[in-house]
Design a protein around this ligand. Structure first.
Ligand code: RTP
Ligand code: MG
Length: 158
């Protein structure tokens, strides 16, 4: 607004089964909070094959798809909604490149450098666009506003 409100953006973050079982949850949350995100929602979920396949439907024709589904259903995941300005791109930046081996070299302070193993077992997920963030937040949190990843604070709080 004219009184200088900041439009905050939301994104979906997910700690994959290797991140949860490897006890990286607290370290990842610390990185999230130290980077200025608020954690608005969180829940632990055990994905079944149908839910994992739906979540990663965009990759259904890829050679790695069945391996990805096996990985994502191998144990519980921790799902979070993060909020800050530029949350979608900033969370993708904080997690680093898909291949954790590459992350350890090129982005040594990234989440995937800390807890990932390779191009599949990379310990975290982040929405890659506003459309994905909207879809993924309502996939896990049915009461999330489905129209936008942005949220204006109420005028009286500005
Ligand atoms: P994510 O969706 O999980 O945040 O990861 P991303 O955008 O960095 O990578 P994406 O291309 O969307 O791939 C989704 C997940 O599939 C697994 N993968 N395995 N074996 C492989 O070559 C391969 N490539 C991708 C990873 O777990 C990746 O995060
Ligand atoms: Mg992706």
């Amino acid at each position: 607004s004219s009184k200088g409100s900041v439009e905050k953006e939301k994104t979906l973050a997910l700690i994959k089964p290797d991140g949860v079982s490897g006890n990286y949850t607290d370290g990842i949350k610390r990185m999230i909070l130290e980077s200025g995100f608020r954690i608005l929602r969180e829940t632990i979920v055990q994905l079944d094959e149908d839910k994992a396949a739906n979540f990663y439907a965009e990759h259904s024709s890829r050679t790695f798809f069945s391996s990805l589904i096996k990985y994502m259903t191998s144990g519980p995941v921790l799902v979070m909604v993060l909020e800050k300005e530029n949350a979608i791109a900033d969370w993708r930046g904080l997690i680093g490149p898909t291949d954790a081996r590459k992350a350890k070299i090129t982005h040594p302070h990234s989440v995937r450098a800390m807890c990932g193993l390779d191009s599949e077992k990379n310990c975290v997920h982040g929405s890659d666009s506003a459309l994905s963030a909207q879809r993924e937040m309502s996939f896990f949190f049915k009461e999330m506003p489905s129209d936008s990843t942005k949220q204006e604070p109420r005028e009286e709080f500005n």
